[in-house]
Design a protein around this ligand. Sequence first.
Ligand code: PHE
Length: 465
Amino acid sequence: MVNVDVHVNYVHAQWSSRWVFVLAATGSAVGLGNIWKFPYMVGQGGGGAFVLVYLICIVLIGIPIMMSEVLLGRRARRSPVNTMRLLAQDEGASPAWQFVGWLGMATGFLILSFYSVVAGWTLAYVFRTASGLFAMENPERIKALFGVFVTDPQQVLAWHTLFMMMTTIIVARGVRAGLERAVKFMMPVLFILLLALVFYSMGSGGFDAGFEFLFHTDFNKLTPAVILGAMGQAFFSLSLGMGAILIYGSYLPQQSSIAGSTFMIVIADTVIALLAGLAVFPIVFANGLEPGAGPALIFETLPIAFGQMPGGLFWGTLFFVLLVFAAWTSAISLIEPAVAWLTETRGLGRVISAVLTGGLAWLLGILTIMSFSDWAFSFRFLGVEKTNGFFDIFDLLTTNITLPLGGILIALFAGWKIQRDHSREELTLRSHAGFEMWLFLTRFVSPVLVGVLLFYLLFGHYFNA
Ligand code: PHE
């Protein structure tokens, strides 16, 4: 029995069309995760083995869970916390489901805290590239320049602060004026520039080695840390498991196709990650660099290419500008769930809500900044040495644990708690087989796969020690 009017949107605006939703969700998905994180995770995770697990996760887990998030959001048209609360009430499920929304908000803060720091590095690299710092420099020196920069907390803090202010301003302006305008032109340009970089890499002399590294699967490299990392990266890169896609779905006009939009977002995100890999690794191998360099990887490799190519000053600057934009359109989606919740439940305006949430993430970000200098400490996770203290903790906790956990819960809720007729009606899938396929993946495949992997990889060593 439907006793709550879940279809009426009282609080928030809507996207002006389905295309804007696709752009915005692509803007959320495509970001530092594709261009900064994917290459260095591949580099640390032994190349093709990581990529294979990643691609399998995108198809079997990413697509059904993304459809589920959009479905839930559009049905309730509220922040993740209230969406889960209302739908649970509507479907006669436990109110405890709203925990998913809380977990997502907490995850969003943690991710944004380090995301903004890395986006700050990117901002700094716009100006460093434009100033000609990297022109004709050798790889050793480019690496050293990054090392000096990242261990200087005051400088990094300034860039982190600037980026967080940029994010807060856009979020404060709201769905139409802020989010929508920001994404419309940036995505296509970024794509073209990446293609140009791949083109450059093809002539760098390392293309074959880079290609081989990305696509040749060595199954011996499939360690627990690599598998968990690849699954987590699928969630991170698609912005899944914390409510970002759910809240964007809640602004989606009623008649738009959820499946079609999801495919476009997923394809764009995957292609851009692979292109980033094809741009970075040839440069790594052509210059005898270390693929496992970690978070520093793109800041140590791409400036080499820009320093050498004709017009590199211009292209390099433009590239980092676009990467800032890509990060920006992702960052806004990380706090949008919390902002929407504050405006709905606390009656606060968007401006105050954005400042409060941005401020909290900014404060947390200081822990990441210090992780690269004075407060660095190391620990082991699944047998892998981690050296950047709080940054690594926040990253592992979100990417490898809370996003997949949120994803499982979202799939279980959409698959088992929402009545079939309701999900069918919301998804508006024309084909019956398509709907059954989604239901099967959502009910069984993704929660079981993620659940088993999560449990086994985190706790497995207690059993077969
Ligand atoms: N998907 C974004 C990226 O790849 C990061 C992100 C994660 C954004 C989770 C929102 C939610 O850069």
